[in-house]
Design a protein around this ligand. Structure first.
Ligand code: FA5
Length: 357
């Protein structure tokens, strides 16, 4: 701020010119600075301000000079005050704008809901849906380890060592360090070992399903080295193949709507009789198409009446109890649901693909 000029006592024209010049230069320095502008206001117009003092001194002038001196001083006061008020308003407006800018709500920003959202994998979705259907029929959920003993995965299920049925379920075998306790560990090839674990733990009657991951040396469009099955088991007095058909018909209807279903004889060492279950093709409705290889039918699962030897392996009396079991491929169900032509798409973790389902 410029030093005020040495002021003569009264409001002579020279004094007023000097005050105006001092004020103007001080105002230029203070512009844009709220505190400096307020200081300037009190320096010139406050009770002890320069202009206030000049106005007061008018009364001490000889009467003949008072009128002109008073008018000139008042005029100057109004002029300077107007300049100061304008500078203060401009500074306040600029401060308001700066504040608005810094704390501004930008309406063009993406809302939180537009952030990419995670979702369940399609296979998880069908597993949950199928689990719900069976839960409504009174099945509870059991789980078992993915690294399983040869005993649970094969032997207790009636696959003796070197039985040819093992060839259909080739997998990784690991010989554990203490081979006396456990002959071999395998990546489980199906969820059927959970049947054994559940029956041994719970006995009969029993009604469980077991969803989970399984592994095989398989790889083509409809076979994946890692896939998902849902095992089902119902053992009680008087259970027959008719119950198996009833439960699976209700399941298929809940999942795909009314459609034909058929049982074909098949072989699994742990059931007798064994069946494969086909449903009418979900693509052509049964008239025959490329997907169902023009048969009108699609296989969805393997099933059968639990073999008496398996019940005995689990300390359940086969003379008193009978039961049925099934194992279905959850990934195949997802394939049918979304008309996916290659199972591998499901496991490449490409969000562009998975996001379409
Ligand atoms: C079994 O795994 C038996 N444990 C099923 C069973 C349980 C039969 C209880 C009787 C009583 P299978 O090998 O057919 O059966 O497999 C069952 C289903 O798994 C098949 O119908 C198919 O949908 C699916 N599946 C089999 N191999 C693969 C694979 N490599 N990739 C994807 N899905 C597969």
């Amino acid at each position: 701020m410029a030093e005020p000029s040495s002021a003569p006592t009264g409001p002579t024209p020279e004094v007023l010119t000097a005050v105006e010049s001092d004020f103007t230069s001080a105002l230029d320095h203070a512009r844009g600075n709220g505190e400096a502008l307020q200081r300037l206001r009190s320096e010139y117009f406050g009770p002890k301000g320069r202009l206030t003092g000049l106005l007061r001194s008018v009364g001490q002038l000889p009467p003949a000079e008072r009128r002109d001196a008073g008018q000139n001083t008042n005029k100057l006061k109004q002029k300077l005050e107007a300049g100061l008020t304008e500078a203060i308003e401009a500074q306040e407006q600029a401060a308001r704008e700066a504040e608005l800018k810094s704390g501004r709500l930008d309406m063009s920003l993406d809302g939180r809901l537009n952030r990419p959202q995670g979702a369940f994998h399609p296979v998880t979705r069908v597993i949950r849906e199928m689990t719900d259907i069976f839960a409504r029929m009174g099945f509870s959920v059991a789980t078992g380890p993915e690294v399983e003993t040869d005993g649970y995965n094969f032997e207790a299920l009636n696959f003796p060592p070197d039985h040819p049925a093992r060839d259909m379920q080739d997998t990784f075998f690991v010989r554990p360090p203490d081979a006396r306790a456990i002959k071999a560990l395998v990546l489980r090839t199906h969820t059927s070992p959970v049947q054994i674990r559940s029956m041994r733990a719970q006995g009969a009657p029993i009604r469980v399903i077991s969803p989970g991951r399984v592994y095989r040396c398989d790889e083509d469009r409809t076979h994946s080295p890692m896939f998902h099955q849902i095992e089902g088991l119902w053992v009680d007095e008087g259970i027959s193949l008719a119950h198996l058909k009833g439960v699976l018909t209700s399941f298929v209807t809940a999942l795909f709507g009314e459609r034909g279903m058929r049982l074909r004889p098949s072989f699994f060492p742990f059931v007798e009789p064994g069946v494969e279950v086909d449903i009418q093709c979900v693509f052509c409705g049964g008239s025959g198409c490329r997907v169902c290889k023009h048969t009108g039918w699609m296989e969805i699962l393997g099933a059968g009446m639990v073999h008496p030897a398996v019940l005995e392996n689990c300390n359940i009396d086969p003379e008193r109890y009978t039961g049925f079991a099934w194992g279905l491929g959850a990934d195949r169900i997802a394939m049918l649901r979304w008309q996916i032509d290659d199972l591998a798409h499901l496991f490449r973790s490409d969000v562009r693909f998975l996001g379409q389902l």
